[in-house]
Structures are given as structure tokens and as C-alpha cells.
Design a protein around this ligand. Structure first.
Ligand SMILES: C[C@H](O)[C@H](O)[C@@H](O)C(=O)CO
Ligand code: MN
Length: 427
């Protein structure tokens, strides 16, 4: 039988099995098709950006590996992204950083404007890929001592406050153009390598700086402010100003979106268990779906238990309309387009698995106190034919089935990315 016939036959058998559990496969696929993952641009060029003399990546961010073919310009990055999206089922978003503006000559972070992102907004409209945004509080001389919005120097703080205000205007313009909110996520690296004499003062300064940035009420239909916590970074092992407690309190008290990054907590701490607690108090969540390995918070997302648990929590809590699903990983040791495909396909696969769970039945068993059946059915769920439904979804949306996408990456590498070498940087 042809591959298509195999895919179809396997899907029909799988659908019968799920149906027998009371799971509506078509409804699950319909819901999945409406979820737009915010794919992070910075995997494509190792978080370098296009400022020209951009400072070396620092402030707790590190990319390892030197796989050839990194995108060096906005056009190259857009080309790589188009290939990546062609390998991922569904319509998704692009998460941009302020570093990725298209600048004719030096433009400092406090001077950036919408005009520097017209190329991205035009591309977004052509590709029907909506945009999210991030101010860039790193890789800049004014971030060289590890502090930005919490800096003790008022002049440096003001520079970064102005950057945040500029970024909110850009995000609002993106949201107005695309007709839905551009999630604008604030992460600052501020913290100390060693024990601080005052944990209090930088946190008071950070809250005050953020309040100044957010002073102007911008329509939530155009942009949503998000704030991202972190436990530690390279060079801020002893103290991060923007801790989970800090931003949880900030988001609740200022009605902001809280960003939970899966790599930003203690190695044994998971964000899946935080979702339902946080959503008791904050309006919406932004997730940076990632994978922490040892000290690194940014490994390519694999089909892990925690990834499955995150998606189960979103579906079991009926939170799809309150959770913005972003990705955050940067791996320069493998083909960068492949990294996007692997991470995004895994996130969608895990979401499909959660949508194919007999959730109402499990929750009824729980309400009835039948914890035996709850566990038994949860375990049986693990060997249900998810792959057959996933392959059908890929084929029905016109993207490669199984690992066939890798051949597309190889072809693109052979014809395009392998021909890039730093000496031939196109201006
Ligand atoms: C580039 C991103 O802003 C960055 O990864 C941030 O989201 C983060 O997770 C820092 O550790
Ligand atoms: Mn993150």
C-alpha cells in the first residue's frame, strides 16, 4: 500500500480505538488546528540579531555549538523560518526580539521604532504568521555589568525604561496590524553572581522601572505585557532580581501576563504544576516551552514527560484561551531549521496527546473517588496510537509525515544554508 493509504488505514484503526474510549478524534484535531505556537526567531541565528556591532551574547544566555549555516540577515532568517513552518502542521506565530529589527546604521535600543520592523510586519502579512515581541535587555554595553531595569544608576535605568516603552509601541503596532494581541514579553538578566548585600533594593527598582514602562494603558487587543521569571543564570547564580515570587506578585498586582519558562526553575521543579495555581490569580500565561539540562535552560524540546504534563494541564484545565504557547531554546550544535521542526512538532504532538485523552471520564472517576480506574486508564492512555493520528494530521495539512521532514531540511541545507559562511555575509 502507498504511504498515504497506510497513513489512512492506520488513522481509521486508531480513530476506532479512541472512539471506543469516548474520544472524538475529529474534534481533537479541530482544536489542535486552532492552536498557534509562537516560534522563537532566535533559534535561527544563535540569539545574535541584526544590530551589526551587537555585543556578544551574554547576561546569562549562552549558545553552544557552531553548526554551519546560521542566518546572518533578516532575509536569511525569514527564508529559514519559511522552511521550518512548511514542516510544521497548522498556522503558527513568530516570536521576535528587538535585536531583530532591520536597521540602516546604528540605532540604539532606546531609539528603535515600528519603522525598523516594517519588513517583518510585511512578511507576517504575506505569510499569515502573526507576531509576538520581546524587548532585548542583553548583549549591549549598557547591560555589561549584568543590570538593566534594576540598575542602581538612574541614567542606565532610564535608557532601559525607554527601550521597554519603545518596544510596547512596536508590539501594539504589530497587534493592530494583525488584528490580535502581540504578546510582548519582558525578561531582564539582572542579578548577582554572589550573595547580595541587599536583595530588596534592586527589586524595588525593578518594580518601579516596570511601572514606568507600563504607565501608558495600551489596548489589550493590540498588545499584552508579559513578565518572565528566572531562578538563576550564568553570572547570576546567587540572585536574580526577577524571581518567580517577584513576577508572580507583579503580574497579579498589575494584571499582567506571567511567563513561565520550563527551564527556569530548580532541576526537579516543573511548570506543569504551576499552571492551574497561577491561573487562579493572573489573567493569562505565556509559556516558554523549553528543556533544562543541568545548568542550561534552553535545550531543544523533546517529547518528555514534563512536556506531556504541561499540555495535559492546559487541556484538563480548559485553559487553551488563556495560555500563550511559546518556545524557547537555542541549540547551535545541530541544524537550526531541524531544531525548530523537532521542538515545535513535539509541542504539537504532546498537545494532541492531551486532546486525545478521555479527560471528562478521568475527572469523573476522580470525583467518584475511583482512583484505581483513574490510574489504570491514565496508564493505558500511554500506549494508545497517537502516532497514527499525528501522521494523519501532518498529511492532511500538507506537511511531511514521520521523519520525512528531515529530507526537506537536508535539501535546503545542501542548496542554501551550507553555502553560507561568515566571510560571505550579505550586507
Ligand atoms: C531570548 C529570550 O528572551 C530568553 O531566552 C528569555 O526568554 C529567557 O528564557 C532567558 O533565560
Ligand atoms: Mn524564556
Amino acid at each position: 500500500m502507498s504511504n498515504t493509504k497506510n497513513v489512512r488505514a492506520a488513522f481509521e484503526l486508531a480513530s476506532e480505538q479512541y472512539q471506543a474510549q469516548g474520544v472524538d478524534v475529529s474534534a481533537a484535531l479541530q482544536k489542535l488546528s486552532r492552536v498557534a505556537i509562537s516560534v522563537h526567531c532566535w533559534q535561527g541565528d544563535d540569539v545574535a540579531g541584526f544590530e551589526g556591532e551587537a555585543g556578544t551574547l551574554g547576561n546569562g544566555l549562552a549558545v553552544t555549538g557552531n553548526y554551519p549555516g546560521r542566518a546572518r540577515t533578516a532575509d536569511e532568517l525569514r527564508s529559514d523560518l519559511e522552511v521550518a513552518y512548511s514542516l510544521i502542521p497548522g498556522k503558527h506565530r513568530l516570536n521576535l526580539h528587538a535585536l531583530y529589527g532591520e536597521f540602516d546604521g546604528p540605532v540604539d535600543r532606546d531609539e528603535i521604532g515600528v519603522e525598523h520592523f516594517r519588513g517583518w510586519m510585511d512578511w507576517s502579512r504575506e505569510q499569515q504568521v502573526d507576531l509576538d515581541f520581546n524587548p532585548s535587555y542583553f548583549s549591549h554595553p549598557k547591560a555589561s555589568d549584568g543590570f538593566t531595569l534594576a540598575h542602581s544608576d538612574a541614567g542606565i535605568r532610564q535608557f532601559w525604561i525607554d527601550h521597554g516603552i519603545a518596544c510596547r509601541k512596536i508590539a501594539a503596532a504589530m497587534g493592530a496590524a494583525q488584528g490580535n494581541a502581540c504578546v510582548n514579553n519582558f525578561w531582564v538578566p539582572d542579578g548577582y553572581k554572589d550573595t547580595p548585600a541587599s536583595r530588596k533594593a534592586p527589586r524595588e527598582r525593578l518594580a518601579s522601572s516596570l511601572d514606568e514602562i507600563f504607565a501608558e494603558d495600551l489596548p489589550r487587543s493590540q498588545t499584552l505585557d508579559a513578565v518572565e521569571c528566572k531562578l538563576f543564570g550564568i553570572g547570576s547564580e546567587s540572585y536574580v532580581v526577577g524571581s518567580h515570587e517577584f513576577y508572580m506578585g507583579y503580574a497579579i498586582s498589575r494584571n499582567k501576563v506571567l511567563c513561565l519558562d520550563a527551564g527556569h526553575f530548580h532541576p526537579t521543579e516543573v511548570i506543569s504544576d504551576k499552571i492551574s495555581s497561577a491561573l487562579m490569580y493572573v489573567p493569562e500565561l505565556l509559556l516558554h516551552v523549553s528543556r533544562g539540562v543541568r545548568w542550561d535552560s534552553d535545550h531543544v524540546v523533546t517529547y518528555s514527560d514534563e512536556l506531556q504534563a504541561i499540555m495535559q494541564e492546559i487541556i484538563r484545565g480548559d485553559y487553551l484561551d488563556r495560555v500563550h504557547l511559546g518556545l524557547d531554546f537555542f541549540d547551535a550544535s545541530i541544524n537550526r531549521v531541524a531544531a525548530w521542526a523537532i521542538g515545535t512538532r513535539n509541542a504539537l504532538k504532546a498537545l494532541l496527546a492531551a486532546l486525545l485523552e478521555p479527560t471528562e471520564q478521568l475527572q469523573q472517576l476522580e470525583r467518584d473517588g475511583d482512583l484505581t480506574a483513574r490510574l489504570a486508564l491514565m496508564e493505558e492512555q500511554k500506549t494508545m496510537p497517537l502516532g497514527a493520528v499525528w501522521n494523519h494530521y501532518c498529511e492532511s495539512t500538507g506537511v511531511p509525515v514521520g521523519a520525512e521532514w528531515l529530507e526537506k531540511v537536508r535539501q535546503y541545507e545542501s542548496s542554501v544554508t551550507s553555502k553560507r559562511c561568515d566571510e560571505s555575509v550579505v550586507s
